[in-house]
Write a protein that binds this ligand. Sequence first.
Ligand code: ZN
Length: 402
Amino acid sequence: MKITSTLFMLAVVLLSPIALSGQKPASKDTHNKEIERRAGELHRKALVIDTHMDTLQRVLVRGVDLGQRSTDGQADLPRFKEGGVDAQFFALWPDPIYAPHHAARRTLQLIDAMYNVLGKYPDRVELARNAADVERLVALGKLAALMGIEGGHAIQNDLALLRMFHHLGVTYMTLTHANTNDWADSSTDTPRWGGLNDFGREVVREMNRIGMIVDVSHVSEETVKDVLEATTKPVIASHSSCLALSDHPRNLSDDALRAIARNGGVVGINFYSEFLDQTYHNLMKVMRKDVLSEINKPQQVTPEKLDELAARRLSLLGDPGIPHPPFERILDHIDHAVKVAGIDHVGIGSDLDVIPTPEGMKDVTDLPKITRGLLERGYKEEEIRKILGGNFLRVLKQVTGR
Ligand SMILES: [Zn+2]
């Protein structure tokens, strides 16, 4: 019965006028509409967690009102809703120019910016500190806002500051930014410790103890190894892509991907064009400019001057005018990470707001296209749910205990 009907269908398809004339089958549109519908429904129902965005910089430096839909930047409360984001990690990034003596102050300014947003829109967004909070807020239809420190120099080598940041609601800390600090090597700076030093290991153990997630984005390969030896809990790479596809030191090697998987951790794939695309990276190498040369001894600069320089550095980000890589590049990196680390260890860490992104990923409202793209590549619905947020929720629960 089955064989007969299959043969019959085959004959119908082969003999149909469309097949004979070699035209595009009319069913292609139907197929597209069907996949669009499935993607939309799945994306709406799935828990979507993005583990890294730089939106708070815009709030602090430019005074952006997140409650209003804007054409500037890549996210705000209306656009998070449209993009189907349920939980968003807001990066607290003390620009490395604040190291070593002003980084905690800068981090607190960013936390203050977050609290101002929370205070202004209590019916639309609320702080989440653990997986239970995320689930509660999703049920209420509110955006779950989580905070992550980006750059261990924020704690100014003091575990008391680490604990106080955690009290204020910081859920993860990326151990370095682009700078090697006093206890951990960065992937984009001169190594000083061959990974972590003793205090760095103490930081990891304290984070494990208080229930804060250790984030290995930005750190060197050796630091990843040292962290994985020291930690007793799963770690994340909040916003990192794959070195095998684009040779940028910020990307993770296959060894690192596998090691994070063995640890039970999650890697959030970054949407930044330069990390995703080798050609783009090569072009950026010759275009990069900075204002860092203006300050030779940052520790002697006034707080006001530092804030002014930070604002100028922020204005240098954005689109350098290089042709955008294809959208498919994001899916390529997700695919690669899934092949190497496994379906339980990959997530989304877009790094949006504001970065140059592939074609078709202009802002957070384009996030449903990831779901659609994964469906088209043959991922099962439960696999897509894991990537969109399920995997990260597991780690959040394991590390915070709730
Ligand atoms: Zn970063």
